[in-house]
Design a protein around this ligand. Structure first.
Ligand SMILES: Nc1ncnc2c1ncn2[C@@H]1O[C@H](COP(=O)(O)OP(=O)(O)OP(=O)(O)O)[C@@H](O)[C@H]1O
Length: 230
C-alpha cells in the first residue's frame, strides 16, 4: 500500500541484563497511514519509548521487519538509514533537547543547515515555522531564556521544519501544565494537518490520547486496540 508511512511486522526487542534476557516487545504489528495520528498508551515500563526508538531507527530490533516509506530498514546501509531517518522522520521528546548555546531560530534552522540548505533559506524557513508556533517574538532567545511551553513549542517547530512524513513524539507534553500541554498538542495537530504528516504520540494523558484518530495500548509486549485491551 502506497499510503503506509511506517509499518512493522512481528517486531521484538529484548535487552540483556547480564545473563538474563529482558523481553520488552514481543511481536508488534503496526501500519501507520499517511496523515494518520495514532496515540500509544500503556503502563510505565510497558515498552512505549522502546517501540518509538526502534520504529525510528534509533535502536535496532531483536527481530521483525520495519518499513519506512516502503523501505525495509534492515536491508539498507547505515548511511541510507540515516538519510531516511533525517529526511522522513521528526522526533519530539518529553525533554526538548534544544541546544542551550543557540537561539530558538538557530535551533530550528539546524536540521536544515545539516541538510546543507543555503543559510538564508534555512533561517527563513525556521522563522516561518517559529511564527506558526507563536514564537516570532522570541527568535533570538536561547532555550534558557524561554518558558517551558515556549521551549516545547520550539522543539515542535524543529521537528516539523523539515516537513517529515512522520513525527514520533514521546510524551511531548509530559513536562507541561495542563493548559500549556493542550496548547502544544493543539499545535501539533494543526501542523500535522497542514503538512499531512503522520503522527505517533506516546502519552500517559488519556485526555490527549482521546483526540487521536486511533489509540492503541501496549500490553505485555504487543499493541492492542483499546477496545480489545479491557
Ligand atoms: N537499555 C536497556 N537495558 C535494559 N533494560 C531496558 C533498557 N531500556 C529499557 N529497558 C527496560 O525496558 C522496559 C521498557 O522501557 P520503556 O522505557 O520502553 O518503557 P515505557 O513504556 O516508555 O515507560 P515509561 O512510561 O515509564 O516511560 C523497562 O522495563 C525498562 O527497564
Amino acid at each position: 500500500m502506497n499510503d503506509v508511512v511506517i509499518s512493522c511486522r512481528n517486531l521484538t526487542k529484548q535487552f540483556s541484563q547480564g545473563d538474563l534476557a529482558v523481553p520488552v516487545l514481543k511481536g508488534v504489528n503496526l501500519d501507520l497511514i499517511k496523515g494518520e495520528m495514532l496515540a500509544i498508551v500503556g503502563s510505565s515500563g510497558s515498552g512505549k519509548s522502546t517501540l518509538l526508538h526502534v520504529l525510528g531507527g534509533l535502536d535496532a530490533p531483536s527481530s521483525g521487519d520495519i518499513r519506512i516509506l516502503g523501505q525495509n530498514i534492515a536491508q539498507i546501509s547505515e548511511e541510507q538509514r540515516c538519510r531516511l531517518r533525517n529526511g522522513s522522520l521528526g522526533f519530539i521528546y518529553q525533554f526538548h533537547h534544544l541546544l542551550p548555546e543557540f537561539s530558538a531560530l538557530e535551533n530550528v534552522a539546524m536540521p536544515l543547515l545539516i541538510r546543507r540548505l543555503p543559510n538564508q533559506e534555512a533561517y527563513d524557513r525556521a522563522a516561518d515555522m517559529l511564527k506558526l508556533v507563536g514564537l516570532s517574538h522570541r527568535l533570538t532567545h536561547t532555550p534558557g531564556e524561554l518558558s517551558g511551553g515556549e521551549r516545547q513549542r520550539a522543539a515542535v517547530a524543529r521537528a516539523l521544519v523539515t516537513q517529515p512524513a512522520c513525527i514520533l513524539a514521546d510524551e511531548p507534553t509530559g513536562n507541561l501544565d495542563r493548559k500549556t500541554a493542550e496548547h502544544v498538542f493543539d499545535l501539533m495537530l494543526e501542523l500535522n494537518h497542514k503538512i499531512n504528516a503522520s503522527l505517533i504520540v506516546v502519552t500517559h494523558d488519556t485526555r490527549l490520547a482521546n483526540r487521536a484518530q486511533r489509540i492503541q495500548q501496549l500490553i505485555d509486549g504487543v499493541l492492542c486496540d483499546i477496545s480489545d485491551a479491557s
